[in-house]
Design a protein. Structure first.
Length: 79
């Protein structure tokens, strides 16, 4: 998957390293973040669960959604 970069943003796949696992743990253990995600939001309990999430990421759901949004925009006449 290519890395997409702007002046303020970098979109890239998760890496199975300490930095990304620690970031995932911080993100998924915060109720103020998780309450907006999914039908039944919940915070993760420990770093091992964060590692599991990082290991199982990349199944293409976000990419599939982005492709559908882009296709709809193009079908609607986006140049």
């Amino acid at each position: 998957m290519p890395v997409l970069e702007t002046e303020r943003l970098v979109l890239r796949p998760w890496r199975l390293d300490d930095h990304d696992i620690d970031f995932a743990y911080d993100l998924y253990s915060r109720w103020d973040v998780q309450r907006y995600i999914g039908r039944t939001p919940r915070v993760i309990a420990d770093r091992a669960e964060a590692e599991t999430r990082v290991r199982h990421s990349g199944h293409g759901f976000a990419s599939e959604a982005a492709d559908a949004v882009l296709q709809r925009a193009l079908d609607a006449g986006l140049p």
